[in-house]
Ligand binder design. Structure first.
Ligand SMILES: O=P(O)(O)OC[C@H]1O[C@H](OP(=O)(O)OP(=O)(O)O)[C@H](O)[C@@H]1O
Ligand SMILES: [Mg+2]
Length: 180
């Protein structure tokens, strides 16, 4: 797998350090609030498990599966809700955990859905932000790292379901997906 990576952007250690930093900030943010933490499947799984272990506060955990990239490197423009939440979000302080915000379509879809369901508050924590990719006006409240306008994989992020298990975030060699 490592041979498919053009260059590593953020190492395992850098990711752990930023998860610790953000976790401490979120502990302060949510002291006494018992937030509902929502992990956006599949990509945010690894980041969610790391960051909630740095949050020293009561919290509930739930999962939603939103997909719009399939096996491509560009957004289909259509966000599919393939697994809804189990929890009733009415009146809850919700913290959304994402792996990356690129066009912003996924996050906009989710935040609009949560607001329609009358949450008390919603904040977003993303490991990666790709501002050059943005097509809709939305931003996260907590950001780990910025990434350039390249297709990145690893630490949960995939290309055609591969590379999620890389311990770092790196730029995928274009030759991998341009062959298609
Ligand atoms: O800002 P956007 O352009 O919407 O892109 C960001 C979303 O795309 C990826 O999900 P994907 O659709 O690949 O599903 P996955 O998490 O299961 O890989 C990623 O995990 C984000 O959820
Ligand atoms: Mg995703």
């Amino acid at each position: 797998m490592n041979n498919d990576i053009e260059r590593v952007l953020y190492s395992r250690d850098q990711i752990q350090q930023v998860a610790q930093k953000l976790g401490q900030e979120l502990t302060t943010e949510y002291a006494g609030k018992n937030p509902l933490v929502i992990c956006v499947l599949k990509g945010a799984v690894l980041f969610t498990t790391d960051i909630i272990r740095e949050m020293d506060t009561y919290l509930d955990l739930d999962f939603i599966n939103l997909s719009s990239y399939g096996n491509e490197t560009i957004s289909s423009g259509e966000v599919q809700l393939t697994k809804d939440l189990d929890a009733d979000v009415t009146g809850r302080d919700v913290l959304v955990i994402e792996d990356i915000i690129d066009t912003g379509r996924t996050l906009k879809f989710l935040v609009d859905l949560l607001k329609r369901r009358d949450v008390n508050s919603v904040k977003v924590c993303t490991l990666l932000d790709k501002p050059a990719g943005r097509l809709v006006d939305i931003k996260a409240d907590y950001i780990g790292f910025e990434v350039p306008n390249e297709f990145v994989v690893g630490y949960g992020l995939d290309y055609a379901e591969r590379y999620r298990n890389l311990p770092y975030v790196g730029i995928l060699k274009p030759a991998i997906y341009e062959h298609k």
